[in-house]
Design a protein around this ligand. Structure first.
Ligand code: SF4
Ligand code: SF4
Length: 306
């Protein structure tokens, strides 16, 4: 980000984010199972059934998996993103997100190159989603990060979004690497839980790379948090326990991830993360990770500078 933009960028106002959360419907039979498992104690008995305090919910999905009647669920997304067919390249900006830029700064230029080969010149955009993007109304941000997608779309007037995965999956003639039928599971990020079109695009890309997907019980729209969302809300030991529990759910040792927080979590959980941009460009993902505190401290410092 330029010096000028750094000065202009204002931090977001807390509380206005189009935050995802779960909710409990009238189908609740008041068994209390969900309240017992919620890591942040967001669930309590209301006037006629159990209720979720949306301001406390961290969108982890645990309650929905213990509810015997399907009453705890994620409400429909409030604002949807664009479809590939509606994209105007002249209005598109590619923003890879802070976590990826911090992880491997050499990947975003490769990702942009694929876009430009098929769409012509695409603007680069490197302002963090937690700061005013300083873009004209009608701009479209193409991002690989679920959190960036959500924040850009919900926090800033007139900004549209679409996932990088849907866009590149629509290109017919890309020669992606061939992984010769290797079996991998996929961990779907919480921020994209509401977007089956993203899950489909990612599996399509994996198929094009000759990767056989072996799904975990909870995947796609029923995916569970890897544990990273818990950071800062519960003691680190609880976060680490959650990470291990989630990692153990995957049938394969190799787990495809598309969020750096999830990538770090899979290493902690004893799995071999296969970060999707690494797979697309034939790179190895790392096998050792920073501690929870180191990762979040470094990321927050990077975000503050961008
Ligand atoms: S989604 Fe997670 S944090 Fe939210 S209410 Fe359910 S269990 Fe609690
Ligand atoms: S688990 Fe389901 S039925 Fe039981 S209290 Fe929670 S929402 Fe109600």
């Amino acid at each position: 980000m330029s010096e000028e933009n750094m000065k202009a960028a204002a931090p977001i106002t807390k509380g206005i984010e189009d935050k995802f959360h779960f909710a409990i419907s009238d189908a609740c039979i008041r068994c209390g199972a969900c309240a017992k498992v919620c890591p942040v104690h967001a669930i309590s008995m209301g006037a006629s059934h159990y209720e979720i305090d949306a301001s406390k919910c961290i969108d982890c999905g645990t309650c929905s998996h213990v509810c015997p009647v399907g009453a705890a669920a994620s409400p429909r997304e409030r604002r949807d993103s664009l479809k590939v067919a509606d994209l105007d390249p002249a209005k598109c900006y590619f923003n890879p997100g802070c976590a990826l830029r911090l992880y491997k700064p050499e990947l975003p230029p490769l990702m942009l190159e694929v876009l430009e080969q098929h769409m012509g010149p695409i603007h680069e955009h490197d302002i963090c989603c937690r700061h005013d993007p300083h873009l004209p109304e009608g701009s479209v941000i193409i991002s690989n990060c679920a959190g960036c997608d959500r924040r850009f779309r919900s926090l800033y007037k007139g900004i549209e979004t679409i996932s990088y995965w849907e866009v590149v999956d629509s290109f017919q003639d890309v020669q992606w690497p061939d992984y010769h039928g290797i079996r991998m599971s996929v961990h779907d990020s919480c921020g994209y839980r509401h977007k089956p079109q993203v899950h489909a695009a990612i599996r399509s890309l994996l198929k094009k790379m000759n990767i056989e997907v072996v799904e975990a019980e909870h995947h796609g729209t029923t995916s569970e948090c890897c544990g990273d969302n818990f950071y800062g809300y519960v003691p680190n030991e609880v976060v680490e326990k959650r990470i291990k529990t989630r990692a153990d759910e995957f049938p394969c040792q190799d787990v495809v991830v598309y969020c750096i927080g999830c990538e770090r979590a899979m290493i902690d959980g004893g799995k071999t993360p296969r970060y999707l941009p690494d797979l697309l460009f034939g790179r190895e993902s790392r096998t050792t990770a920073d501690t929870l505190d180191e990762y979040h401290t470094a990321l927050n410092a990077f975000i503050a500078r961008h």
